[in-house]
Design a protein around this ligand. Sequence first.
Ligand SMILES: [Zn+2]
Length: 442
Amino acid sequence: MTSAVRKDDPLLSGAGPWMYRFMEVLYPYCRSITGEGTRETLRRVASHVPIEIHEVPSGTQAFDWTVPQEWNIRDAYIKNRAGERVVDFKKSNLHVLNYSTPFRGMVPLETLREHLYTLPDKPDWIPYRTSYYKENWGFCASPRKADSLRDKEYEICIDADLKDGNLTYGEYLVQGSTDQEVLLSCHICHPSLCNDNLSGIALTAWIARHLREMKLRYSYRFLFLPGTIGAIVWLSRNENIVANIRHGLVVACVGDPGNPTYKKSRRGNAEIDRAVLLALQTRGSDYSVREFTPYGYDERQYCSPGFDLPIGSLTRTPHGGYPEYHTSADNLDLVRPENLADSLSIYLDVINILESNSTYVSLCQKCEPQLGKRGLYGALGGHPDAGKVELALLWVLNMSDGKNSLLDIGERSGLTFRCLREAADLLVENGLLTKLPSGGAG
Ligand SMILES: [Zn+2]
């Protein structure tokens, strides 16, 4: 059983800069729900984590959905009369409506405006827009750029393909000592957007990279999927695996400066919900909690009634909650290494709770055992949290009647899980506590 996930652990050391650098590498690719940008992103992930890359042909049925044609883009621009590229895909891949159909020709300004998307109150930001399931061509630009267009007509080029191909996703399983699984899932389908998509990929990759070196109770399944259609395709191909999933988190928006936010699973009181809440409550800094809603990321699919998996979503500022969301300002300046590292530390705390949550029985049920004579009371002088550990000893002894897990004791005592775990270990070492076989937890 691991006890390795700690704040001073090598698991966290260097993590922030590593995740940030990985985002810098991934930033330029023009990702979408299918296509080479997404495939190349997965290849980059595969250079750090041995993910399996799956290809699912266009036309494949997945519940009520069909895998769409594959979209690939090479170039796109709007040229003025002087032959200058006034809007240029090569400067930002957000300039093209994601999944735009190919198009070439001279177009009057009025027609171009019908295909030009802007955010009127953000003069310098390019919006991110998609048209996956409705054929359309288009560009996105800042209002300042759009307002500067004065020629009567413009030369349009969208050098793209939309044809039968594949949807691509990545999957990796770290085998633990049981087949019971923890699922971590992130979306990989946004082009040059950092907090929304790249931060989740970087954090998930870091965890995958490190958990495989550890001794684990649970098996950990990591999914790198295009949003919505990717999760639906994965679920439709893996119904046999779903029954093994005991806990899970959708990883997104983990690099912005906002406070951590947890969105509960549809069940609302699953062990994952309680574990994340305990981790957040005992950190001593601000956070928010939201009830499940059927809007957001792929928890929508995992928590659809036919699956109803115990999967929540742990973010910083959630989906749509920050002004830079789905614009060119969700860039490498918005996301900081220290925020990524802070988010990672919460994920690692949660994993530690899931891994270590157990139910114990005190071997001294009638009154407290005499801790002083065993050197357990007033004897932890050198320990930085001696007072807390002593209190934790009393909590663990009192609550360990075979019915309460360490997570239950955490919720009741307000003590950190690590502290309770440490107390439980000490009591076991001193013959005062015994662990029930696993399955008794949570
Ligand atoms: Zn998004």
